[in-house]
Design a protein around this ligand. Structure first.
Ligand code: PRP
Ligand code: MN
Ligand code: MG
Length: 181
């Protein structure tokens, strides 16, 4: 059972659903008549993206990018790799980047830079979680779900070594699972 590897449930399914609905309503109000392009940063944001876009009540387009900086470990390597690029033309478009978690900020600052260079009319960030204590690069967040302490969290798309993404809630992983104290 995956639940045995979880020390504590941080956000229940209901808490996540309430927050996602709130963010969807804010985005819908802000982007009326703008037909935003909502870009999910895979893999971590896949669950959040599916739930969030269904709470956006205005027309929008969706696209997906896959980047990775963590590999199999719990620490960022500092190097961001593009594994899959978006297919849409972004020139003149209003972009909303959807992330599961903002940690060091390396991934998002890299993405912002390359997407701005491609001529987006505007770019905003929507992240479900943020760990402010861990920030190395300053990244402005427009839509934030929750600020969390520096603990290793999994579930609702977030993984440890590609596991636990399918947990329906967000929990803190027991340090013993990843060889911590
Ligand atoms: C995780 C997470 C964010 C990024 C945040 O992705 O989903 O994309 O790290 O970390 P940062 O702010 O320090 O850059 P990961 O690289 O593990 O890939 P994944 O989404 O496929 O799990
Ligand atoms: Mn990710
Ligand atoms: Mg990961």
């Amino acid at each position: 059972m995956m639940r045995n590897d979880i020390q504590e449930v941080l956000f229940s399914e209901q808490q996540l659903a309430d927050k996602v609905a709130e963010l969807g309503a804010r985005i819908s109000a802000d982007y009326e008549d703008k037909n935003p392009l909502v870009v999910s940063v895979l893999k971590g944001s896949y669950v959040f993206m599916a739930d969030l876009t269904r709470k956006i009540t205005i027309p929008c387009n969706v696209d997906f990018m896959a980047v990775s900086s963590y590999g199999a470990g719990t620490k960022t390597t500092g190097e961001v790799q593009i594994i899959k690029d978006i297919g849409s033309k972004i020139d003149g478009r209003h972009l909303i980047i959807v992330e599961d978690i903002l940690d060091s900020g390396v991934t998002l600052s890299f993405l912002m830079k390359i997407l701005k260079a491609r001529g987006a009319a505007s770019i905003r960030l929507c992240t479900l979680l943020s760990k402010p204590e861990r920030r190395k690069v300053d990244v402005p967040v427009d839509y934030l779900g929750f600020e969390i302490p520096d603990a290793f969290v999994v579930g609702y798309g977030l993984d440890y070594a590609e596991k636990y993404r399918n947990l329906p809630y967000i929990g803190i992983l027991k340090p013993s699972v990843y060889g911590g104290e």
